[in-house]
Design a binder for this molecule. Structure first.
Ligand code: SF4
Length: 80
């Protein structure tokens, strides 16, 4: 990690492993950001903003995926 990694604009991804039902939707729609083990998990904590991440969060059937602004902590998806 570079010294300035936390200064870059980005989104922080979380998957709630207690909610994930392993549907695989997020891995199918955004394979560059999620991988499936027992349940889904993000491949990186902070990623560059991407529509596929929002789609995964918005269409996860159990709202297990959360996306936050890495700087402010504000929730971006799923929309409330
Ligand atoms: S879309 Fe939601 S329930 Fe399906 S694998 Fe991803 S996190 Fe789990």
């Amino acid at each position: 990690m570079s010294a300035n990694a936390d200064d870059r604009a980005g989104w922080r991804l979380r998957v709630d492993s207690t909610r994930c039902v392993s549907s695989g939707f997020c891995v199918g729609s955004a394979p560059e950001h999620f991988t499936m083990e027992q349940v889904s998990r993000p491949l990186a904590d902070v990623v560059a903003p991407a529509d596929t991440v929002l789609e995964a969060a918005d269409f996860c059937p159990v709202e297990a995926i959360s996306v936050f602004d890495a700087r402010t902590g504000a929730q971006i998806a799923p929309k409330r």
